[in-house]
Design a binder for this molecule. Structure first.
Ligand SMILES: Nc1ncnc2c1ncn2[C@@H]1O[C@H](COP(=O)(O)OP(=O)(O)OP(=O)(O)O)[C@@H](O)[C@H]1O
Ligand SMILES: [Mg+2]
Length: 265
């Protein structure tokens, strides 16, 4: 579903070059639920932007559903739903329902299928009470549910979420998590989720990748991640330890007999 082969992205800022992502390779198969962790500024959002065709890689090659996201942006858009938790893709002044109608027109979703899918999403994400409310009047939790629905109206095979649980209360967070889990298990939608909430990863993801300083620092299961820091059992403490010692994680050669994949780039 996703094939990233040594992708990199740098930016020129006032004469200096920032390497946001470097030499990053990973593969996500159809049906997987993959979590993406990494400290602030690690390159997670930049990676997502390269997968979705918003940014072109400056090196390497990425394909999504076999397509190059930058060259085949429209075709790739049909395969992907994207949610940026930090900003809405909905129309601020329009009622949520009208935003959905615009999404339908943009993605050329057939009216009958749209009505059916909107009905399901309205029920599962409890959107009914505020479908007529302008997006700017929605609470953060309501808006996030609206954004998730908008990303799924065209029934993509891959859903990419960049911090979808940011700012949500414990109940809303649990609802969003349950929804995503069902989407993956019942509908078979592949999910790539970026988050700073390790609870999301612990509860949802069979596999986790960790990006640090633009490089892949870990790729494995949550249990394997936990095992990278002997003595720590809480995944939160493990992740904190890895972030604090991130350069050691990147450069440390494997120890004899070590089998946990603290893969280094
Ligand atoms: N458009 C841009 N122009 C210049 N630099 C950028 C741009 N986008 C990202 N960067 C830089 O690239 C690096 C990675 O940023 P990115 O947003 O990918 O990090 P992130 O892992 O998503 O962080 P966070 O957890 O804080 O969201 C940062 O140093 C950032 O300043
Ligand atoms: Mg980010």
């Amino acid at each position: 579903m996703i094939d990233a082969d040594r992708i990199g992205r740098s930016f020129r800022i006032r004469g200096a070059t920032v390497h946001a992502v470097r030499d990053l390779s990973f593969h996500v198969a159809a049906g997987e639920f993959v979590g993406c962790l990494g400290p602030n500024g690690a390159g997670k959002s930049t990676t997502i932007k390269m997968l979705t065709g918003i940014l072109a890689p400056t090196s390497g090659r990425v394909t999504v559903a076999g397509l190059d996201p930058t060259r085949r942006r429209t075709a790739v858009a049909r395969e992907i739903g994207v949610v940026f938790g930090q900003r809405t893709t909905l129309w601020w002044d329009l009622p949520l329902r009208d935003s959905f109608e615009l999404v339908r027109l943009l993605y050329k979703v057939d009216r009958v299928r749209f009505r059916e899918r909107l009905g399901e999403l309205t029920e599962r994400l409890r959107l009914g009470e505020f479908l007529a409310t302008p997006v700017r009047q929605l609470s953060l939790g309501q808006r996030m549910r609206g954004d998730i629905a908008a990303a799924l109206l065209h029934d993509p095979s891959l859903l990419v979420l960049d911090e979808p649980t940011i700012g949500l209360d414990v109940v809303s967070k649990a609802e969003v998590r349950a929804f995503l889990r069902d989407l993956n298990t019942e509908r078979g939608t592949t999910v790539l989720l970026t988050t700073h909430d390790v609870g999301d990863v612990e509860r949802l993801c069979r596999r986790v990748i960790l990006i640090d300083h633009g490089r892949l620092a870990f790729d494995g299961t949550v249990d394997e991640l936990r095992a990278t820091v002997p003595g720590e059992t809480s995944i939160e403490d493990v992740v904190a330890h890895l972030y604090l010692n991130s350069s050691a994680l990147r450069t440390r050669p494997p120890r004899p007999g070590e089998d946990s994949p603290t893969a280094t780039a």
